[in-house]
Write a protein that binds this ligand. Structure first.
Ligand SMILES: [Zn+2]
Length: 327
């Protein structure tokens, strides 16, 4: 079955491990590449520009780049790779683009940003990202405070912090422009502010159930219900720490993903569930550790009693619905 994956960090890995080529078609360095996406029957991939911390640059022995130089580099590499393989994939900026590409037998690539820090308190910057780079989703924060607000945290004080005044204006403006507001990594206080402000659906591109896997990156049942009330979706994340009940475990299986999907469906309904692998941003013993292995999730969902219509919603229709309403 075709599928839309709402989050991967592949472009960062390409920059750090294949700087000269940044070959997205076939890469020994990444979990996602165009060849394996094609093999798996993928419909669309959100390619995030995840803004690295200084320690990440250090780890890979790469000199630090200015955030916008970095974003431009990743954007250019994505657009170039897609253009070189436009027999199988095109850039997409809304749901109709994805559906049109699919009808023509092609996959779609959507460019997104993870960590709004580079917005740097400027609404003009948001407009630039939307108009000039085709950015269609921004994770408001990563794991540190920025101009939007505060991150998920084990510290209840930080977890309760809401959006900044700029963050509130920016969320309104993102919905006006047509950029998906992504609350994965955001504080709970920030989540509830987003829910208050948004007049259209918002998303968690890559977050699971905190009830089953007690990591602060996951969503509580109340958050899942609110997300569903707002017409939003959360993408099932393949990271071991966000799937297991023991968050120190390092194995991730399709079976665990189906258990989370069942909980999401029971608590908030089938329309809230999507896929957000986080491939190339996660480590461990990953059963679904590559673009071409999503069929294992379909099998697991069937074992858990999901019908074909329901699996279609999880795999791509819910994501298309939200994009139709927001972009
Ligand atoms: Zn992330």
């Amino acid at each position: 079955m075709k599928y839309i994956d709402m989050h991967c960090d592949t472009l960062m890995v390409l920059l750090f491990q294949d700087r000269d080529q940044m070959n997205l078609y076939e890469s020994p360095h990444t979990m996602v590449d165009l060849k394996r996406m094609r093999k798996g029957g993928q419909m669309a991939q959100f390619f995030a520009a995840f803004l690295p911390q200084p320690s990440t640059y250090e780890h890979f022995g790469v000199e630090m780049l200015d955030d916008d130089v970095y974003i431009n580099t990743l954007h250019d590499a994505l657009v170039r790779n897609v253009a070189e393989h436009n027999d199988i994939i095109e850039m997409a900026y809304n749901a109709d683009d994805i559906l049109r590409n699919d009808a023509a037998g092609k996959m779609s690539a959507i460019f997104t940003i993870e960590d709004g820090r580079s917005v740097n308190g400027s609404l003009e910057k948001l407009k630039h990202y939307h108009d000039d780079l085709g950015v269609r989703a921004i994770s408001l924060t990563w794991n540190f405070r920025n101009c939007f607000g505060s991150p998920n945290s084990k510290d209840p004080a930080v977890m309760n912090e809401g959006l900044t005044e700029f963050g509130k204006d920016a969320v309104r403006y993102m919905q006006e422009l047509g950029i998906l507001v992504d609350v994965s990594h955001l504080s709970e206080g920030g989540f509830w502010d987003v829910a208050d402000i948004c007049t259209k659906p918002f998303v968690a591109t890559h977050s699971n159930c905190r009830n089953l896997s007690p990591h602060q990156r996951n969503l509580s049942d109340d958050q899942l219900k609110k997300l569903a009330d707002c017409g939003g979706i959360t993408g099932i994340n393949f990271a071991p720490a966000f799937l297991n009940s023991d968050i120190t475990r390092m194995d991730s299986t399709a079976e665990l993903m189906a258990v989370h999907a069942r909980h999401m469906a029971d608590v908030a309904g089938i329309d809230v569930i999507a896929l957000g692998s986080d491939l190339d941003g996660i480590r461990g013993d990953l059963e679904v550790g590559s673009s071409d292995r999503f069929g294992l999730i379909e099998d697991a969902l069937k074992r858990h009693g999901f019908t074909s219509d329901e699996i279609e919603k999880i795999f791509w229709k819910n994501a298309i619905r939200v994009m139709k309403e927001t972009l």
